[in-house]
Design a protein around this ligand. Sequence first.
Ligand code: KIV
Length: 269
Amino acid sequence: MRPSDLSRFKQNGIPIIALTAWDSLSAHLVEAAGADVILIGDSLAMVALGHATTLPVTLEQMLQHTQAVARGLTAELAQQPLLVCDLPFLSYQCGEDLAVAAAGRLLKESSAAAVKLEGAEPEVVAVIDRLVRMGIPVMGHLGLTPQAVHRLGYRRQATDAVSQERLLKQAVDLEQNGCFALVLEHVPSDLAERVQQTLSIPVIGIGAGDGCDGQVRVTADLLGLTAQQPPFSPALVDGRGLFTTALREWVDQKRIPPTTEATQPAPDC
Ligand code: KIV
């Protein structure tokens, strides 16, 4: 799957399914589930590395996790889901040259074929323009942008008319500057529908209603593995409960002292 293939999904009205992965095991699961896109999201800072926000994860760590995800895929390269890697905080905010170097490294040293970055401030749009011109496909991300948690919080975004018009304009900017797709996170569904209808690139939603061209989820949330479940992404199974119970039962069984019979030495052969 190539980034440009996603536009066919939109043209044909086929929903795009994107799931996150952070290691070989999770990659194997989401590939087997049939995801079109695997996002190595910087949410792995929280899901896999135990941080409270996405900010601490480094480029080096994103690269290592992307390489691990690629090793977990089993289909032939042409049949594999598209791998998109998040550019971590401060890898693209400090200027276009550094952004090209960071994104280029991810594409050069892993099989990721695109990067995702957050926001549409003029500096970010300039970075996107440069990346795209350098041959690096970019997925945009608007609405709740977790790298801006200290400014925006984890609240639903664009809830008033002014911020909705701003977001719509930013979405158009991202398309005009070459993004091949846009993630919209935690925004009102009627706004997401307007964005979906305005843009010709696919709009992939999370907590943005059913009117998008596709859906993306953090796989650990769907599997009920995360400690704090986002309100817009309910778990499909109680993974924590399920696995903890299974492991506890095994631990409890193994704690039972062996019977006298079992401890007798094996007879000589
Ligand atoms: O980092 C991530 O997992 C993401 C998704 C929430 C879209 O950006």
